[in-house]
Design a protein around this ligand. Structure first.
Ligand code: ADP
Length: 384
């Protein structure tokens, strides 16, 4: 059975200043009950503004926000933040320094309109603290906790009133990388354990892909693509999503007969449709475009006559990342297994493991940036 929607945004637009481009531009999306939506995009693309619109801290100029089946903003509706039954977790924890862990977590319960009695407040507080793994630290003050522990307190405080939706604004950005990696999986497990829906704002693609059920990629206020992490990664809907979410090279190519010619070799035009299944409007194969070569799909073979030069090699623990230079000076990257390291300074032939390579129209101001046809994965020799 289809899960019910916890949140529906319809055509949401928000201008801070009517003379500038909107911070959020006609965003429509639906979040299913129990799902975790990762809102991903570069700084300034409107993620926080969208989150604040859902929380009720900002009013959209147009569009409709429907929370748990009730319109809360737009079309004459307005429900203030404290009545929306959402919980918020901020990047900087925002704990009260003069209150201990238990008092911080209980704070929202005491101030709630629900009028919980003391026994319920105590129980909800203890449950929330246990849920985030901080039992035993109830009497500690924020300055006596690590950053990760402080963020757990903030999460417990947001969860204690048992909101229908949790909104997390870059909650892990202030933590060091080890804590961050551990905590992001824990946050997901905790939310899944209690079945709470959430929106998680981040500019870190790996974070978004690893913890979300759905990822929304934003660009300049618009929702560029919404899909599962797998869909976003394998079928990016635009050149922007492809560049932001995947680690890919974009190699200019010209079509000649059945081949895409590039400065590092030629690739056969595939009969298979591009995975994205998005084609040019007039359905004609273009004469030029850019091949999208994922770093992890590139295969390198030593060849003294090949056009590509290995300029550098980085050891990443589980793989090597090669920095390659094309004859025109363009930089390409490849990530390969550790078993056959190639020395810096040699020339290599490039091929691609994936049978179909997305091809994007060359970007000019007038061309669309959605991918078109695909190519197959073997360079047929130096295309110069
Ligand atoms: P993100 O969270 O993706 O970094 P924001 O939602 O914070 O993006 O910002 C989106 C755009 O709105 C940016 O151009 C930012 O400068 C602008 N903006 C954000 N908050 C305000 C504000 N309170 N007043 C005016 N402009 C704002």
């Amino acid at each position: 059975m289809e899960q019910a929607a916890i949140l529906h945004l319809e055509d949401i637009t928000k201008h801070y200043d009517q003379h500038t481009t909107p911070a959020v531009d006609r965003v429509t999306l639906t979040l299913r009950q129990g799902d975790l939506l990762g809102l991903l995009g570069p700084s300034g693309c409107g993620k926080t503004t969208l989150l604040r619109i859902v929380a009720g801290f900002e009013r959209p100029q147009s569009g409709l926000v429907v929370l748990a089946g009730h319109p809360v903003a737009g079309s004459g509706y307005w429900t203030p933040p404290e009545q929306r039954n959402t919980g918020m977790v901020f990047q900087d924890y925002a704990l009260f320094p003069h209150l201990n862990v238990a008092e911080n977590v209980a704070f929202g319960l005491k101030n709630r309109r629900s009028g919980m009695n003391r026994t319920s407040i105590k129980k909800n507080t203890a449950d929330a603290i246990a849920l985030v793994g901080l039992s035993g630290l109830e009497k500690r003050y924020p300055h006596e906790l690590s950053g990760g522990q402080q963020q757990r307190v903030a999460l417990a405080r947001a969860l204690a009133p048992r909101p229908s939706l949790i909104l997390l604004d870059e909650p892990l950005s202030n933590l060091d990388v080890q804590v961050r990696l551990r905590l992001r999986q824990e946050v997901r497990s905790i939310l899944k354990e209690i079945g709470t829906s959430a929106i998680f704002v981040t500019h870190d693609r790996e974070e978004a892909l690893s913890i979300s059920d759905q990822v929304g990629v934003m660009r300049a206020g618009c929702l560029e693509q919404l899909g599962t992490p797998e869909e976003i990664y394998t079928n990016p809907a635009s050149r922007f999503v492809a560049e932001f979410v995947t680690q890919a090279n974009f190699l200019p190519a010209r079509r000649r007969g059945q081949l895409w010619e590039t400065e590092v070799g030629s690739f056969e035009i595939s009969n298979r449709e591009c995975p994205n299944n998005i084609q040019f409007p007039n359905d004609a194969i273009p004469d030029s475009g850019e091949l999208m070569l994922r770093e992890e799909n590139v295969i390198l073979k030593p060849d003294n006559d090949a056009p590509l030069l290995i300029r550098d090699r980085h050891f990443l623990g589980r793989e090597y990342r090669y920095c390659l230079q094309t004859p025109s000076g363009k930089e390409l990257h490849a990530r390969t297994a550790l078993n056959t390291p190639l020395p810096v300074g040699i020339r290599v032939q490039l091929s691609v493991a994936d049978p179909s390579i997305p091809i994007f129209p060359t970007i000019t101001t007038s061309t669309p940036i959605t991918p078109a046809y695909s190519a197959t994965g073997w360079a047929m020799g130096n295309g110069q």
